[in-house]
Write a protein that binds this ligand. Structure first.
Ligand code: PLP
Length: 462
């Protein structure tokens, strides 16, 4: 934890009391004296709190701030647009910034994914994709197709439709019953793959993909509309696709006329090193859902990008996709996204990620010298470090140990040591890292040093 200057200290000393009295945090615990850290400023790859302490932003906010904090030109783009036209909806009208952005995003997208439906965030993009899949099949003579398949532990958002796609039972239980139609298949966690696949990732990929075909057969091909998959699954701790996985999934989707939705809410816009991560893994989906990095977080925005084939039934002068959000494609957010993508082009952000991803990986892999580090996995600037009780047997922690290790020790210790990242136990316990895409060796080394110290101490405490 670096003490910066007095000027970083805010004068609003009672913010914490106000937060505890009135602010309802997202996925946050409250009461018993829990007070959220208050973040007041960002600069490049660092954030600052109300006490003037500085931290490495090891998670880009929440997989969002691709080009780093404190970019004046993005603030200026927002101000210019707000002065000219602060708001107008896309409900049968259009604005120049939304039009320009739709064209630009469509040009980045692979295949014939040429139609962009804007939302305000990722969960809404997922929600929109499921609704589109349902209506598309109703319009094209297959009205029974409404079910969706996704992977265990995958997170796809919190609106009730997206929540039914999310594969984390604990997130859904308080809101039971879920929207009908969500079904789960295994994820691609190679570290936890059964013994017979331990030396053959390709066979593991084939096995996992074939579970999708099995689920479609089991549910009935006439009832299944779409498969939602992240290029690299976040929840559970960064599961990259095994070789051949997406090739086989694409074949299965084509065979059964099931739409392949690439949920790139985290993976798009440079996180893996391309505008869209499906390009990194060599497949063309029918729909991409995206958000977060599109504006680097300087204004909220999401986008569902659909193929020409899916748009076709809506292109007859009368059929309507009866779905929308007041703030979807907000002119200010769209202007910010355009300016953000300008930075991507001008600074070669994707090339930087591609060039530095092996360096990031190699730096994190040095953590393997710690007995508690079982697996280091990920792609691009997106990594998960799985913690284990016994490296040889891969034995994991029970719920009580996980609670004590992650919430009781790791989360506060990493924060106090000056690293903002995430210690997560939606699957087995992992530390997740996704620094801003402008990071380089200096940031990787700083992240490594803190992790090495804190994880060493965690190991000693076990
Ligand atoms: N889909 C994926 C893969 C995500 O990671 C997230 C959020 O992290 C969402 C959807 C939901 O996005 P939002 O929080 O913007 O609604």
């Amino acid at each position: 934890m670096t003490i910066v200057s007095e000027t970083d200290q805010t004068t609003t000393g009672d913010l914490a009391a106000k937060a505890n009295r009135h602010l309802w945090g997202h996925f946050a615990r409250h009461g018993k004296g829990i007070t959220p850290p208050i973040i007041t400023r960002g600069e490049g790859t660092r954030i600052f709190d109300d006490k003037g302490n500085s931290y490495i932003d090891g998670l880009s906010g929440l997989f969002v701030v691709q080009v780093g904090h404190g970019r004046e030109e993005l603030a200026a783009a927002a101000a210019r647009q707000a002065e000219q036209l602060a708001f107008f909806p896309l409900w049968s009208y259009a604005t120049p910034s939304a039009i320009e952005l739709a064209e630009r995003v469509a040009n980045y997208a692979p295949g014939d994914l040429n139609r962009v439906f804007f939302t305000t965030g990722g969960g809404e993009a997922v929600e929109s994709a499921w609704k589109l899949a349902k209506q598309f099949f109703k319009l094209t003579g297959k009205p029974g197709k409404y079910k969706v398949i996704s992977r265990s532990i995958a997170y796809h958002g919190t609106p009730q439709g997206a929540l039914a796609i999310t594969g984390i039972p604990a997130f859904k239980a308080p809101f039971d019953p879920p929207t009908p139609g969500g079904f789960r298949v295994p994820n691609t966690n190679f570290y936890r793959a059964p013994e017979q696949f331990s030396t053959d990732p390709k066979a593991w990929g084939r096995y996992c993909a074939d579970r999708i075909a099995e689920a479609i057969e089991f549910e009935g091909p006439d009832t299944v509309a779409a498969v939602f998959l992240e290029p690299v699954q976040n929840a559970g701790g960064c599961f990259p696709p095994p070789p051949g996985y997406f090739e086989r999934v694409r074949e299965i989707c084509d065979e059964y006329d099931v739409l392949l939705v690439s949920d790139e809410v985290i993976c798009a816009y440079g996180r893996i090193g391309s505008m869209f991560a499906c390009d990194d893994f060599g497949y063309v989906p029918d729909i991409i859902t995206s958000a977060k990095g599109l504006t680097s977080g300087y204004s909220p925005l999401g986008a569902m990008i659909a193929s020409d084939r899916l748009f076709e039934p809506f292109n007859d002068g009368s059929t309507v996709f009866g779905h929308g959000y007041t703030f979807g494609g907000h002119p200010v957010s769209s202007a910010v996204a355009l300016a953000n993508l300008d930075i991507f082009e001008r600074e070669g952000i994707n090339a930087h990620v591609k060039q530095n991803a092996p360096v990031f990986r190699a730096t994190l892999e040095k953590l393997y010298d710690l007995p508690i580090v079982g697996d280091v996995r990920g792609e691009g600037f997106f990594y998960g470090i799985e913690l284990v009780k016994d490296k040889a047997t891969k034995e994991t922690f029970n719920d009580e140990e996980s609670e004590r290790l992650l919430r009781g020790y790791l989360t506060p210790a990493l924060w106090e040591a000056g690293l903002y990242c995430r210690a997560d136990d939606r699957g087995d316990p992992v530390v997740q890292l996704a620094p801003p895409l402008i990071s380089g060796q200096a940031e990787f080394d700083a992240i490594y040093d803190i992790l090495h110290n804190v994880l060493s101490e965690a190991g000693r405490r076990l």
